[in-house]
Design a protein around this ligand. Structure first.
Ligand code: ADP
Ligand code: MG
Length: 260
């Protein structure tokens, strides 16, 4: 009994919580099946590492703060014309983060840009990457209030520690001039160090409307598109099409012409 208390104390000090959970059951299994000592130790280590990896992923997902959880596996690639499933799955492997490349998802509403951005970011979390998801407007507000409270440089330092930042819905609302400047500063800081995934309804020629200042917009686009994968979404809103499909199924035989 004394040994047991001592062992568990050591395991606790060593932060081997899964060892504590498993060692007795594994020991009786090992005795029963005549397992060599090394194999017993291996089984304990393997369970500890597996458990730790799972916790790390869970933590990474929580820290990413996804507004809605979406997985690439639930994306119907046949519903979008221009998006190559192969390219998206290749990006999901995460190689783009090693060289801090950018991914820009462009297109009208409801085409699945946020879904793909979230799926890619989730895949990154599962690879143990540090990810943070932002609506572009919330991020600009965070930056503005950090600047007001004199903690901007501290906040920017935290960003540089990430592997991936998602900027969702850039362009839906134009920024205040000082907000646009801060976002530009952030993107400059992240440039070549941290990957960015941008989703936007804007064509590049329209970015002036959001960032207002022409020179700054040109500089920002230059940085963002320097090493970028650009995916253009074309078509009709997925949800809208699903609703049409449902309506068609509910009233079979009634085509548009019949109705009109
Ligand atoms: P966007 O960001 O382009 O406006 P979203 O990614 O928010 O579009 O998509 C709107 C909704 O439709 C989401 O619930 C999303 O999961 C779903 N959706 C869009 N495209 C697809 C698709 N091709 N396959 C499955 N779900 C889709
Ligand atoms: Mg979206």
């Amino acid at each position: 009994m004394e040994h047991q208390a001592l062992l568990e104390n050591y395991l606790k000090q060593l932060h081997l919580s899964t060892f504590i959970h498993n060692y007795q059951a594994y020991a009786s299994d090992a005795a029963r099946t005549d397992l060599p000592y090394e194999r017993y130790l291996l089984a304990l280590c393997s369970a500890e590492v597996t458990q730790r990896d799972a916790l790390r992923v869970e933590r990474a997902i929580a820290q990413a703060r996804f507004p809605v959880m979406k997985d690439l596996s639930t994306f119907d690639f046949s519903a979008v014309q221009n998006i190559s499933k192969q390219l998206v799955l290749e990006l999901a492997q995460g190689g783009y983060m090693a060289s801090a490349e950018t991914i820009i998802l462009i297109g009208g509403p409801g085409l699945g840009k946020t879904h793909i951005a979230t799926g890619l970011a989730l895949a990154a979390c599962k690879q143990g990457k540090r990810v943070r998801f932002f609506s572009a407007n919330n991020l600009v507000n965070d930056l503005l209030s950090a600047q007001k409270d004199l903690r901007l440089s501290k906040l920017l330092t935290q960003f540089v520690k990430l592997d991936l930042v998602v900027l969702d819905e850039l362009g839906f609302i134009p920024f205040r001039e000082d907000g646009a400047q801060l976002l530009f500063q952030l993107c400059s800081d992240l440039n070549e160090r941290v990957s960015i995934i941008v989703t936007t309804n804007l064509r590049f020629g329209e970015w002036n409307q959001v960032f207002r200042e022409e020179k700054m917009t040109a500089a920002l686009l230059d940085r963002l598109t320097h090493k970028a994968h650009i995916l253009e979404f074309v078509g009709e809103s997925y949800r809208f099409r699903q609703r049409l499909l449902q309506e068609e199924q509910q009233t079979p035989g009634e085509s548009k012409q019949d109705a009109g």
